[in-house]
Design a protein around this ligand. Structure first.
Ligand code: NAD
Length: 276
């Protein structure tokens, strides 16, 4: 699909849809963030990757994305629970690329436990990484976007930004907060060419979900297949995981001029889950 969108845009203009744009994608060493970063570089944007992982693997990923797509790709290891590190990452991106046009707050963690047993330290770190980091990243880039009359803010929330599930108090609270933040930023950016949208995936098969499958299988004492069918895809009417490619394609579209009037939304990519 992305190839189709790119091919259409290239045929009309001779340019890839995000050529000349620059982006930071947090938590892009894995899963959804990597899918979005890959879609951005394929669309011609320069991208700063971020996230944790093996330094050698990250460097080879960075180099491959740059070489295969003939764009500048950088990496910053900022910890999203550290406000100062987020601001330094933005400064490094601005120095390297000249400016930051697009920010995607995607880094996120999860912890599943009943309220009475929910560790307060987990509450604090989930709120910090899954919600406050998005505010800090937006605050560090918003004025530059406003001055240039173009900005794209994408917050990777979740279906859990729209509906709740038990045992996910911090995650659901943070993701609902992210949807609220998205709307405020949309209103403040509207007159300045800045759009702000939340993408709300249902279940996407990534390392974050992979870990939960094993945890759930252990705690329910059921097989992995049963966890996937009866727990994860129970509420997802398509009965399949959404893909990182689908999310990357949507993120690219939101950054094009065609999406200039789409702002303040929470877009479900959940196979119909939140239509229930
Ligand atoms: P993932 O575990 O594959 O990737 C998470 C990324 O965040 C990694 O790159 C990791 O290094 C990075 N990260 C974690 N903590 C960080 C920190 N403190 N600082 C910087 N980077 C950090 O997870 P994923 O499934 O790709 O999830 C990405 C986002 O999508 C999360 O916000 C998650 O809540 C959201 N989401 C995922 C699903 C799903 O089914 N996978 C569904 C809805 C929403």
């Amino acid at each position: 699909m992305l190839k189709f969108v790119e091919a259409g845009a290239e045929a009309l203009t001779g340019r890839r849809p995000l050529e000349g744009r620059t982006a930071i994608v947090t938590g892009s060493t894995s899963g959804i963030g990597l899918g979005i970063a890959r879609a951005f570089v394929e669309a011609g944007a320069a991208v700063m990757l971020n996230g944790f992982g093996d330094a050698v693997e990250i460097e080879s990923l960075r180099a491959a994305l740059a070489d295969e797509n003939d764009v500048d790709v950088a990496y910053d290891n900022a910890d999203m629970s550290d406000r100062a590190a987020i601001h330094m990452m933005v400064e490094r991106a601005a120095m390297r690329f000249g400016q930051v046009d697009i920010v995607v707050s995607n880094a996120g963690i999860q912890h599943v436990a009943p309220i009475g047993e929910f560790p307060p330290a987990k509450w604090d770190s989930i709120l910090s990484i899954n919600l406050s980091a998005a505010f800090h990243l937006i605050q560090a880039t918003f004025d530059g976007m406003r001055g240039r009359g173009y900005g794209r803010i994408i917050n990777v929330a979740s279906a859990h930004g729209l509906v709740a599930s038990p045992f996910k108090a911090a995650y659901v609270a943070a993701k609902h907060g992210m949807v609220g933040l998205t709307k405020v930023v949309a209103l403040e950016g509207a007159e300045f060419g800045i759009t702000s949208n939340a993408i709300c995936p249902g279940y996407v098969w990534t390392p974050l979900v992979e870990k939960q499958i094993d945890d759930q299988a252990k705690s329910h004492n059921i097989a992995r297949d049963a966890v996937i069918r009866d727990v994860f895809l129970k509420n997802q009417p398509t009965k399949r995981f959404a893909t990182t490619e689908e999310l990357g394609t949507l993120a690219v579209f939101l950054c094009t001029d065609a999406a200039a009037s789409i702002t303040g939304t929470a877009l479900p990519v959940d196979g119909g889950w939140t239509a229930h």
